[in-house]
Design a protein around this ligand. Structure first.
Ligand code: HEM
Ligand SMILES: CC(C)=CCC/C(C)=C/CC/C(C)=C/COP(=O)(O)OP(=O)(O)O
Length: 307
């Protein structure tokens, strides 16, 4: 019997533990961006097929998260934030998480291929492989650039949603991919600044531990500065109208402002890392609203509210 904590008595896992294994907190934004990618795409898709495609992305992402926890159970056991996850807490056999992860992944890719498109299925399979293997097994324990490169995995869902509708890749879904790609480092490093003790305990080379706090702060600022014009590019190339363009300007402007507050500090000055916590919380709000505005913009164009 292999568990992260050999002392722990394994209780039979119930559905709540399996649900927790899919990282539902993080995945709701992953799913939301996929839905938005689908709704913003030019074209139509039968509602049943649209629902199936979203379900496949959600199940695939959940499967990848389960494989991530199967692989990282020992690391999760030493970090306070993750010690209560089903495997390190002794509520689930490691092999159950592995089997669950592979089953969800296989099921989601096959269903996507058979019901929607094999291009969408191929990209879904690649993003599962990207998160569960390239990021989790390969990059995360090796390099402080782990989340910069690994962030690519989380950037695929809107692209998959878009392709499920249109059947092909154009600049717009690639830009949506790039926006999430650039967003991930500030999102994660803001968090890593106030939970860095945990990551160093687990021996994971996260940026604040390896390059230091100061360099991490500067890099957050750099990514946020690139994100501002990048987030407006869909408008510049005529892929969206003004509703999205001005929303991106406002939202990314505030993102940059909060990043400046984090980036120009040398270290926390007895305020409990308030600016870092604020930036992390805002990063999540930012992506939700930015993608919601993308959909609002498309609907406004379709219904003739904007040119
Ligand atoms: C490699 C890239 C990423 C890393 C390392 C990362 C890491 C984290 C961590 C450690 C948390 C803390 C809370 C938790 O464990 O649930 C978190 C929260 C969160 N992340 Fe990320 N994240 C990444 C990319 C993404 C992406 C691509 C999305 C969505 C598009 C996302 C959405 C969220 C959300 C919504 C939360 C809040 C969860 C909650 O409120 O329960 N993250 N992230
Ligand atoms: C369709 C598809 C496969 C989507 C994948 C979505 C994806 C890669 C999201 C990444 C976000 C995520 C859960 C990061 C956690 O990092 P971590 O696992 O290093 O965090 P931890 O320290 O909390 O374990």
């Amino acid at each position: 019997m292999s568990t992260a904590n050999p002392q722990a008595l394994i209780m039979p896992a119930d559905w709540r533990d399996f649900f927790a294994l899919t990282k539902p907190g993080v995945m709701r934004l992953v799913i939301f961006t996929a839905v938005c990618g689908m709704l913003a795409a030019p074209g139509t898709i039968h509602p049943v097929l649209a629902f199936t495609a979203i379900l496949c992305i959600a199940v695939g992402a959940g499967g990848a998260a389960a494989l991530n926890q199967w692989w990282e159970a020992d690391l999760d056991a030493v970090m306070k934030r993750t010690a209560k996850r089903p495997i390190p807490d002794g509520r689930m056999e490691r092999s159950s998480a592995r089997d669950f992860g592979f089953a969800l992944s296989g099921l989601s890719v096959m269903t996507m291929g058979l019901a929607i498109s094999w291009l969408a299925a191929g990209i879904l399979a690649f993003s599962i492989f990207y998160y569960a293997y390239l990021y989790t097994v390969w990059l995360k324990p090796r390099t402080p650039q782990n989340i910069v490169i690994g962030g690519g995995a989380g950037a695929f869902p809107p692209l998959i949603g878009w392709i499920a509708v249109t059947g092909h890749i154009t600049w717009m879904p690639v830009l949506l991919f790039l926006i999430i790609f650039m967003w991930t480092p500030p999102h994660f490093w803001a968090l890593a600044l106030f939970v860095q003790i945990d990551y160093s305990k687990a021996g994971i080379p996260m940026m604040p531990v390896v390059a230091g706090e100061r360099s991490t702060r500067r890099q957050i600022l750099a990514y946020a500065a690139v994100l501002l014009p990048l987030s407006m590019t869909p408008w510049f190339i005529g892929g969206t109208g003004m509703i999205y363009g001005l929303s991106a300007l406002l939202l990314s402007g505030l993102f940059l402002w909060l990043s400046i507050k984090v980036g120009l500090r040398t270290s926390a000055t007895g305020d409990g890392m308030k600016p870092e916590k604020r930036l992390f919380a805002y990063s999540i709000f930012y992506l939700f609203i930015l993608f919601a505005m993308l959909v609002a913009d498309r609907f406004a164009t379709v219904y003739g509210i904007q040119a």
